[in-house]
Design a protein around this ligand. Sequence first.
Ligand SMILES: [Zn+2]
Length: 422
Amino acid sequence: MTSLQTYEPKSKDVIGDFEMRTEANHRRQMRGELAEEISRIDNEMFKDASRVCPKCGGAMYAHGHSNPTSYFASCGEVRIRLHRLRCTACKHIEVPGYTLIPDDGISAGLGEKMCDLASKMPYAKANDSLSIQHGIHISTKRYWKFVQKEAAVVGDIIAQEACALYEDGVEPDTVNLAGDKPLIIGIDGGHIRGWKTNPSFEVKCATIATGSEKVSGKRRKLTDRIGYAAECSVEDFRKRVSTLAIKSGYLTASERIFVSDGAYWISKMIADWFPDAIHVLDMYHLKHKVQGLFGLTAAGEDAVLRDEALSACDCYEPSLIIELIASWQPRDAGKATAQDELVMYIGNNADAIRNHRLVFIHGSGWIEKGVDLMISRRLKNRGMSWTTNGCSHMLPFAVLRYNRQWGVYWNKRKGLQLDAAS
Ligand SMILES: [Zn+2]
């Protein structure tokens, strides 16, 4: 082959050229209007600014304009020069309109688009999309720095509230469930692959639901969900979970139910710190383990035993499940270890299996879904690896989105009037 493949589209948009030109014109016009608006406000700020030097009290006079500053907005880059004042005595220079341009030179409107893309796909791809969708070209490093800074601005309200509660005794606002609604708390963890030589680590996740509504027959669907995810120690996490739980009405709930996959740290956390709660094991997880032990292709006696064990799961009979699994004689010697481990796992979680008889909510799909939305989709894609720092820049956005607070946050960030935005 002597040349690269070239593509000749079969159909060409007759007015495509018009569309492109018009769009470019609109963007150019918007950049002009934006620059004018900034100049207008800068003029006002310049007129209103004090003529007394803040350093020495001397007199300040107009001193031309600043060097051009770059401001990126949804319409592209605008370059702006701002009025300057200079002290005749100490030569101090003030730029009254300085606060008009954010430190990173990126508008909140564009910032929302950037964070939206970066919280859904890798930075390089997000930057590529930004250039295709909005015609904006910035370096990936600048992009990354902006998102990192914004993540810190979004912050972790639950972590702050937990600090206030545990260190200063400041109680958060709470929902009153008046003793007639249960509070269900799902706890799970997602393993994230460490970047390069960094070890892998776990992001912990909590989803809390209060109240439920009938779907059909005996099935109920949980409503009013709130989620949280963080990369932190078990100690910090249990403080944050209890803060979130208290906020959601833990103290006034008719019942307090924890659902987990039986991971040791979760069971221990619930037993030690939430003794008045009922801990139930995620049965989907257990059944998945049972099926995995016997294998997908189990046949004959093995299949019979497997189905009996699964039925015992449905009856929440831990000793019967253990008896059935322990009685199995796997042909594959390698299975013996997995068999012992599963027996031990069921033994450790026997109470959490039996506890299902006390509660009416058994499904756990909503917890998996929470982990998927808050952790897996952005952090666990094929080939991805993270530093704990990089991961911590993604979680605030995922949590905002899960809790349907994205628009609330960004509308405030863009300075929109709340009643106009709602
Ligand atoms: Zn001065």
